[in-house]
Design a binder for this molecule. Structure first.
Ligand SMILES: NC(=O)c1ccc[n+]([C@@H]2O[C@H](COP(=O)([O-])OP(=O)(O)OC[C@H]3O[C@@H](n4cnc5c(N)ncnc54)[C@H](OP(=O)(O)O)[C@@H]3O)[C@@H](O)[C@H]2O)c1
Length: 245
């Protein structure tokens, strides 16, 4: 066992500049298929939201890593519940080292999204809407008319969603939630990495946790690959570990 705090020795480790931070969060150098990184913030008692939104859990450190993860991604994958709850908008910076902006890919069975919302109107690149044939055509058409790239998948499950992203060459996937989509990805054993910010507060209440899926999903082992801290906020990075025999 090793202490993270108090810091060993008499001086804390040097501050990380953005280049060093980007190195710490770099995706694997060679990817031939989507690599799924998931980013969440949670209170110390496990809440994924305060009064229905994640903003109440944020901090400068969390926002800095959130922005960096977006800069490193080729696509931001998100469930429709989060887009509706958080009034999501598109990415604001190009992928680091490139001049292309990562699109937001929204998973929605219903296609019940507001084409006037910021995801469609406040973005450098049109969102990709991943939906199924069960979504009413009028809604799909409205989103397409708002500029979205609407894709109707035969099966709206993690495998098909990731296959569609892979087909487009979007391998550096950053999933920003929410809990239902994350739960589905865990069930499908499709999560390669979890970046988890642990906010130094107790939220109490009836908030959801960061993953909500079907009972019976076997636990997916992780290994701790990184741990940063700033002003009491812990920024943990876990990667997929070999399955327990
Ligand atoms: N703490 C954090 O870091 C964080 C991050 C993100 C979100 N949140 C919080 O989480 C809450 C939202 O939770 P949520 O579970 O509703 O979010 P969600 O997972 O973003 O959205 C769920 C919705 O996404 C669509 N969806 C997801 N997976 C699907 C699948 N496999 N097949 C078809 N549709 C799928 C469905 O949309 P349709 O209903 O349109 O069919 C479903 O109702 C909000 O309070 C938000 O603030 C917290």
């Amino acid at each position: 066992m090793h202490p993270l705090l108090p810091a060993p020795g008499d001086r804390p480790a040097p501050e990380l500049d953005d280049n060093r931070l980007a190195d710490l969060y770099a995706y694997p150098a060679v990817l031939t298929a989507p690599y799924v990184r998931v980013n969440f913030v949670s209170s110390a008692d496990g809440a994924a939201a305060v009064e229905g939104r994640s903003g109440g859990l944020g901090s400068p450190a969390d926002r800095r890593v959130f922005r960096m993860l977006r800069e490193l991604a080729e696509v931001v994958l998100v469930g429709a519940g989060t887009v509706r709850a958080e009034d999501y908008r598109g990415t604001r910076r190009p992928t680091r080292g490139r001049d292309t902006f990562p699109p937001v890919a929204i998973v929605t069975g219903s296609a019940d999204l507001d084409p006037e919302s910021r995801c469609f109107t406040d973005t450098h690149v049109p969102p990709i809407v991943l939906t199924g044939a069960g979504a009413p055509r009028a809604r799909r058409d409205r989103l397409a008319a708002a500029g979205a790239d609407v894709v109707v998948l035969e099966r709206l499950d993690p495998e098909s969603v990731l296959a569609e992203l892979g087909r487009r060459g979007l391998h550096r996937v950053l999933c920003e939630g929410g809990p239902s989509l994350f739960g589905d990805l865990v069930t499908a054993d499709a999560v390669d990495e979890l970046c988890l910010t642990l906010a130094p507060l107790l939220a109490g209440g009836a908030a959801t946790r960061i993953a909500r899926g079907v009972p019976g999903t076997p636990p997916r082992p992780l290994q701790l690959a990184g741990a940063l801290h700033e002003d009491g906020t812990l920024l943990l990075r876990y990667t997929r570990a070999a399955p327990i025999e």
